[in-house]
Write a protein that binds this ligand. Sequence first.
Ligand code: ZN
Length: 156
Amino acid sequence: MERVVDCPVCYDQDSCFEDIQEEFKSYMCFNCGFMSSTYYTEDNTDRIRGSARLVKELEFYDETRKIYWYPSVVNMGKLGIIYPDGTKENWGWRFASVVKIDESEKENYPILGKEGEYYSERLDVDHAVEFGQYEFLNACQTMGIVGNNLNEHIKK
Ligand SMILES: [Zn+2]
């Protein structure tokens, strides 16, 4: 079950969803792009192991729910990836799409551990589209995972 809640991070009242499962709840705000779940408690220190430094730096503590919120990293494979970029003081969203690697360039993209094999596609991070801190929804729409009506956004 899903319902709209007030976002504790950006205070948006229309774009933050609480998804209620049997065992836990998860949260996703399409305005500021922050997410959390009831597993992200003080005790669960593994929650963001391996995440980028910026994700850790932007950690937000939700006093009401006693959980930590983090900016989302949305990796949709062939559709590309949405991620936060910049510094703690000045950051925004980036959408990098997947591009084909030209035959003439392929030797620059070897598959590690596989002799003579090369990637045929890569994330075009150099030409990532930039969005502001509160334009996460625009980034999702550009990626094509959310339509114009947020209430019909895709379920994970
Ligand atoms: Zn928010």
